[in-house]
Write a protein that binds this ligand. Structure first.
Ligand code: GTP
Ligand code: MG
Length: 249
């Protein structure tokens, strides 16, 4: 069933040392704005990046205040809390739709129109690497196996019926984020993404996936750590327990 999506559209991106990537992401968003009648505003949540990403973001917001906004935090506080803060900020300003995306050019703004179109039929749309037409570029075999295994384990533990439950390129309708109580999420890395989806599902969300091709970062360092993997493994047990006990947010 189609339902209109009301209100402004905000895209949230967390940045830590993305000075090599942010200008190109910004160009992509400005190009997108030319195509769309109702373009998203990109909120950049920067954690005092040592490479000057925050200053680049400030410049973008000064030059194109309709297209960019910035939140500065004093130091590196993590991907998840940056997204939580950004989502809260946009919802407080009346956002009807929230898009989340990475700033390292892995998530192509060109996919956003298809995601918004699909959001007419669902509460959450996942930009999915693992539906026909989707994929990954520049990933080694180890990264591919890790991602596929993580997805399969999350599906098994949680009962989530999506091909890509750990992908971070998403569009959410605002009411489902409120219902999911996103501010309560404590997980940090990939577990943050599966937790958000699980909460949405438990709050009654319908989900849909559109194919994306995920391009691995060309510049900057990966933040995938052993701690993040351990957290994700522990989270599988939390998901399974909550599924069995019929937990709701
Ligand atoms: N504000 C903020 N952003 C972060 C933090 N950690 C990661 N990010 C950003 O979150 C996004 C995703 O992080 P990535 O390091 O690309 O994570 P990934 O895609 O799993 O790993 P790689 O692309 O392989 O590095 C990027 O835009 C990062 O700059 C953080 O502590 N604070
Ligand atoms: Mg990345």
């Amino acid at each position: 069933m189609e339902r209109a999506v009301e209100g402004p559209i905000w895209a949230i991106t967390a940045t830590y040392s993305e000075a090599d990537n942010l200008p190109e992401l910004a160009r992509g968003m400005l190009e997108l704005a030319e195509q769309l009648g109702r373009p998203p505003k990109l909120l950049i949540v920067d954690d005092n990046s040592p490479d000057g990403t925050g200053e680049i973001a400030d410049r973008l917001a000064a030059e194109h205040p309709e297209a960019f906004a910035v939140l500065h935090r004093p130091g590196k506080m993590g991907y998840a809390s940056a997204h939580q803060m950004g989502i809260g900020y946009a919802l407080d300003r009346g956002a009807g739709t929230i898009i989340t995306m990475d700033a390292d050019l892995s998530h192509d703004p060109g996919c956003i129109p298809a995601m918004l179109e699909k959001l007419r039929e669902a509460d959450v749309v996942i930009g999915s690497r693992y539906v026909p037409g989707g994929g990954t570029v520049n990933w080694g075999t180890d990264r591919k196996i890790l991602s596929r295994t993580a997805g399969a384990l999350v599906r098994l533990a949680s009962g989530l019926d999506v091909a890509d439950p750990t992908g971070g390129f998403r569009a959410y309708r605002a009411p489902i984020l409120h219902a999911a109580q996103f501010r309560q999420v404590r997980q940090e890395g990939y577990a943050f993404l599966s937790e958000m989806l699980f909460r949405c599902m438990r709050a009654g969300a319908t989900t849909a996936e559109v194919p994306i091709v995920f391009v691995d970062r060309r510049f900057g360092r990966s933040k995938l750590s052993r701690r993040i993997i351990l957290e994700a493994v522990g989270h599988l047990f939390t998901l399974a327990w909550r599924r069995i006990t019929g937990w709701r947010p």
